[in-house]
Design a protein around this ligand. Structure first.
Ligand code: TRP
Length: 375
């Protein structure tokens, strides 16, 4: 049961998030800190209340600075190795809340170089093309074009490279091997890669000439990069990056690992899926906490805690009262498994319909979001 593995490249097994906090050396996100975020933000967020964000690094320090009137910038990103699935959207939806609440600039790195280096079969032309598609997915969520800067790595090499070599000079191969598990067989591009992913942590400071702390909202698997970035920050005269970490959206088919495009299309809902496909996948594949027969279900009730449809609603249904009623009705047996699935299908389909429409509109707007490299 407790055999799990979380690295930036791979997540397997049933993740024990408390163990991960210890393993990675991060801090648990306490009730007190959640209250502080919501107070500073001036509004709540359902993902905070539901502990979807569960861990952090120096978020308390960042909030204290914010109280003193010091601003910060947001940084997150995406590796363009394929189509976007709704698991990718989870940290971005929360990032939008942070941008709105704190009026913060967001730097969003799309790593066509990383995916080229890591994926044996992907060419650079392909990853660069996917990068543009992934950018549209982000824009569709409604980010502010004046405050959102999308960095497609190979298009912004001049800006990133200068910061990356400063970082790379302070990181030994031995550190890279122990933090990322690199071996003698790992290509040398990947040995350098952590410096490229750390570079945007310091970009707001480089661009402004001021010392601006960054806050990274991202899934916990990316944390090893922030460990490196935080180690080198004081050596280069920058503030240490702060981070807030989320859990993975569970796979549709069951409670193991993060949802991934590579574990098979049935465990994933893509943002491009049409309503029939969404319905079919959820009805057929969503792991159910229901009983074997309707009679038993009515008599003994279902188990929402292991039911993936219910778990997914905790990510996407914002209304606490609605969610609680679903929980109670499922437990009592009043709500059947098929009915619970239908609630999720309706929720996702209405979200996706709007998202797909906004993604179309984003095609005319993308240029305003792209970070332009220095000439
Ligand atoms: N390495 C990430 C991935 O493969 C992409 C990424 C780059 C990223 N910078 C980031 C993710 C910052 C989160 C935060 O998906």
């Amino acid at each position: 049961m407790s055999n799990f593995k979380v690295t930036p490249w791979e997540v397997t097994g049933e993740v024990d998030y408390n163990k991960l906090i210890k393993q990675f050396g991060t801090e648990p996100l306490t009730e007190k800190l959640i209250e502080k975020i919501e107070k500073a933000a001036g509004k709540e967020h359902h993902m905070l209340r539901r502990k979807i964000w569960f861990s952090h690094r120096e978020l308390d320090v960042l909030l204290k600075e914010h109280e003193q009137g010091k601003g910060f910038a947001l940084y997150t990103g995406r590796g363009p190795s394929g189509n976007t699935h709704i698991g990718h959207l989870v940290p971005w939806i929360f990032t939008k809340y942070l941008q709105d609440a704190f009026d913060a600039d967001l730097y969003f790195q799309i790593t066509d170089d990383e995916k080229f280096l890591y994926q044996p079969k992907l060419g650079l032309a392909e990853t660069n093309k996917l990068a543009y598609d992934n950018a549209l997915e982000l824009i569709a969520l409604g980010f502010d074009p004046k405050k959102t800067h999308i960095i497609i790595d190979t298009n912004c090499a001049k800006t990133l490279y200068r910061i990356a070599i400063e970082i790379a000079k302070k990181v030994t191969a031995s550190t890279a091997r122990s933090v990322f598990g690199f071996t003698n067989e790992t290509n040398i591009g990947l040995y350098f890669w952590p410096a490229m992913q750390a570079a945007p942590c310091f970009l707001p400071s480089v661009l402004s000439g001021k010392n601006i702390r960054t806050l990274i909202p991202a899934a916990i698997d990316q944390d090893p990069y922030w460990r490196i970035a935080r180690d080198v920050a004081p050596k280069l005269g920058y503030k240490k990056t702060a981070a807030i970490h989320c859990v993975f959206l569970p796979a549709l088919t069951g409670p193991a690992g993060k949802m991934s495009s590579s574990t098979g299309a049935e465990s994933t809902i893509f943002t491009t899926d049409d309503d029939k496909t969404v319905r079919k996948k959820i009805m057929k594949y969503a792991f159910s906490g229901g009983r074997d027969t309707v009679e038993e279900h009515r008599k003994y009730g279902g188990n929402p805690d292991i039911d993936v449809s219910y778990q997914w609603l905790t990510f996407f249904e914002e209304d606490d009262a609605k969610l609680k009623k679903i929980y109670d009705d499922y437990r009592s047996g009043q709500l059947l498994s098929g009915e619970l699935k239908q609630i999720l299908v309706d929720k996702l389909n209405s979200f996706l319909k709007e998202h797909q429409h906004k993604k179309e509109l984003a095609k005319n707007d993308i240029d305003r979001f792209l970070f332009k490299d220095k000439q």
